[in-house]
Design a protein around this ligand. Structure first.
Ligand code: O7M
Length: 211
């Protein structure tokens, strides 16, 4: 099974469906984020699922009180999403409210430079939270393989590590997998490429050969 996740951050429905169909053979799942939902509506989730047969990860980085998180989760899973990404810093109760509706993935450390300001100092506590409530997976930065290694050592083995930051943000798929990642998330390096299928195939081969 592939370990590549496409971050489909385009606005238009037609672009999203075309790219998804072109690259689906090389993917484990498709991640949808606000740009696509705001551009094409929530129904894009079920359309992508029908066209590709792949799991859909709704990357809404939910960060609210338990009741609002629950309301958001309910609609997201009703729309066909298989996983919902949430911020852990809002606390256990808010994450548990999502888990009552479906599978959650928690952000533990982000890939951009600003993540060092507030998120990195709380990583140990977010790992503790993950080990306690056992989400499907957590997010860690492919831009910092040494942090992926640190997080992998501390987080339970059965919790998957999903890592964005490969390609456009400078991270390497092979280095990140060697550090202990389970899945690689790639956006621009695929959807902005002249030939998304070829680009996805290349990254897939890198993952298969190098991991
Ligand atoms: O490959 P890119 O840089 O074009 O896209 C990366 C995707 O991963 C994009 O959808 C980001 O919103 C997302 N992402 C990060 O880039 N960094 C993070 O720390 C976290 C995410 C993410 O997926 O969070 C769940």
């Amino acid at each position: 099974m592939s370990r590549l996740i496409l971050a489909l951050d385009v606005y238009e429905r037609e672009d999203a469906l075309r790219i998804a169909e072109e690259v689906r053979d090389y993917l484990w799942a498709i991640k949808v984020n606000w740009p696509l939902i705001l551009g094409s509506g929530i129904s894009i989730i079920s359309e992508l699922k029908e066209r590709t047969g792949l799991p859909i990860i709704a990357d809404f980085k939910v960060a609210d009180i338990p009741n609002t998180n629950r309301l958001i989760a309910k609609k997201t899973f009703e729309a066909g999403a298989d996983y919902l990404i949430a911020h852990g810093f809002v606390g256990r109760d808010s994450i548990k409210a999502i888990q009552e509706e479906g599978e959650v993935i928690i952000v533990v450390e982000m890939s951009h430079p600003g993540a060092k300001e507030f998120i990195q100092p709380t990583v140990d506590k977010l790992i503790e939270l993950a080990n306690e409530i056992k989400p499907f997976g957590i997010i860690a930065p492919a831009t910092r393989p040494e942090r992926v290694r640190y997080i992998r050592e501390k987080v339970d083995k059965d919790i998957k590590i999903l890592t964005p930051g490969v390609g456009a943000q400078g991270g390497s798929a092979v280095e990140t997998l060697k550090a202990g990642a389970d899945y690689i998330i790639v956006g621009r390096a695929i959807y902005k490429s002249k030939n998304p299928r070829e680009s996805a195939k290349k990254i897939w081969e890198e993952i298969e050969n190098g991991a």
